[in-house]
Design a protein around this ligand. Structure first.
Ligand SMILES: C[S@@+](CC[C@H](N)C(=O)[O-])C[C@H]1O[C@@H](n2cnc3c(N)ncnc32)[C@H](O)[C@@H]1O
Length: 212
């Protein structure tokens, strides 16, 4: 298990992607709900780091709420759809090894952490804690297990290709974030039922802060 198991899936998607919505594959675009949730944390004088920014489905809707934005994405074939602006820097890098000296007011991980094993996630959260200013906020949103962790590692009937995801429960994910040195302060169920298409998972947002 681990991030390497999703590479083949994204390599293939990167080869044929033609629009920003292409990363959604068969799932409907739910970024309006992501953006509505993230707007609460916008800071006109502040900075945002989005990790695994994809084609900018979320970022393009919220980038104007910040003075500086850094978007990290592994595939330039995806990040070319991120709106270019003077205050926006797009970095092509692997989150397994990415590092920076810069610190941010807000870090966003949307639809990303399910592609990382427990060990990889803990390591990333430790680095995220360093990239946050004291009092800064981390928002993690992805499908999470309802009653227990849900592991997917095999041929997806819907997508017709190999797919890997670890949908940990919100409590499990929160423990990994806290291992990284952050404090989880809120858990929000941010999508309507029609966008939660699987009975054993729900899209949950976890809000954590770096203690001052
Ligand atoms: C479901 S998309 C979410 C995109 C964006 N956060 C949004 O909500 O619109 C997941 C993204 O994570 C990226 N990703 C997965 N593993 C990564 C890694 N190791 N390093 C950088 N990006 C990665 C994928 O390439 C993909 O663009």
């Amino acid at each position: 298990m681990g991030n390497n198991n999703i590479r083949n899936y994204y390599d293939q998607l990167a080869e044929r992607i033609e629009s920003a919505e292409g990363t959604r594959n068969k799932a409907p675009d739910s970024s309006e709900f992501d953006a509505a949730y993230m707007r609460e944390f916008a800071k006109p004088e502040g900075s945002l780091l989005e990790l695994g920014a994809g084609t900018g489905l979320l970022l393009n809707r919220i980038m104007d709420g910040y003075r500086r934005v850094v978007a990290v994405e592994l595939y330039p074939q995806f990040s070319r759809f991120i709106t270019r602006a003077n205050h926006v820097e797009v970095v092509t890098a692997d989150l397994l090894t990415y590092d920076t000296e810069e610190t941010f007011d807000v870090v966003a991980l949307f639809g990303v952490m399910n592609f990382f094993s427990e060990g990889e996630a803990t390591d990333l959260y430790r680095r995220v804690a360093r990239w946050l200013k004291p009092g800064g906020k981390l928002v993690v949103k992805n499908q999470m297990g309802v009653a227990e962790d849900v592991m997917v590692d095999g041929i997806s009937q819907e997508l017709g290709t190999h797919y890997y995801s670890e949908y940990r429960t919100p409590g499990h994910e929160a423990r990994l974030i806290e291992k990284g040195g952050l404090q989880v302060v809120r858990q929000d169920d941010i999508y309507p039922d029609r966008l939660n298409r699987w009975p054993n998972t729900r899209f949950i947002a976890l809000l954590a802060t770096r203690p001052t």
